[in-house]
Unconditional design. Structure first.
Length: 168
């Protein structure tokens, strides 16, 4: 007579007319196995997409250009007075590399290693940055001296107006 699906879906319709209706509706019905397969495939795609997004590089480029907002302000009468001196704020460092109060006398760089995101250290005695995690080294312009890092440090824009230095 009727199969178990018809009884579950339409138990109150025992007539022959309902049987043809059930059979016509069956075409649009999804089997449980198909439903679970579709959900499983959707879950795999969502997880793969999330994993790809998590493993992708951040949207900020590790080199080139400033952010447009002021990150560091320094009074050159009392700060950064000698070559090799530095000021650090929010993972950004400004280093005096030459005499004079011009923008070219300073380098502003990110303190985040481009290899795996560790915070690097400025070594004034060797005039370079060193990553404590994997040993990458950068010169005072942010260029890679020794890997495993392959990309330079992000640089920021330095401006000097009178005796006030700003980094953006």
């Amino acid at each position: 007579m009727y199969g178990w699906k018809e009884k579950i879906i339409f138990p109150e319709w025992p007539s022959i007319a309902s049987k043809s209706l059930v059979q016509s509706l069956k075409i649009n019905q999804m089997e449980r196995r198909d439903f679970l397969n579709n959900i499983g495939q959707l879950s795999i795609f969502v997880c793969a997409g999330s994993l790809a997004a998590a493993c992708s590089k951040s949207s900020s480029s590790p080199s080139g250009g400033g952010t447009g907002t002021t990150i560091i302000t320094a009074d050159l009468n009392s700060q950064l007075t000698s070559i090799g001196s530095s000021v650090t704020k929010n993972d950004v460092i400004v280093i005096r590399v030459a005499d004079g109060n011009t923008a070219t006398s300073f380098h502003a760089l990110s303190l985040i290693c481009t290899h795996q995101g560790c915070t690097i250290n400025w070594d004034n005695s060797s005039d370079k940055f060193k990553c404590p995690c994997h040993g990458s080294e950068y010169d005072n312009t942010g260029s890679v001296l020794q890997g495993p890092a392959t990309k330079s440090l992000k640089t920021y824009t330095v401006a000097v107006n009178g005796n006030t230095l700003t980094v953006s």
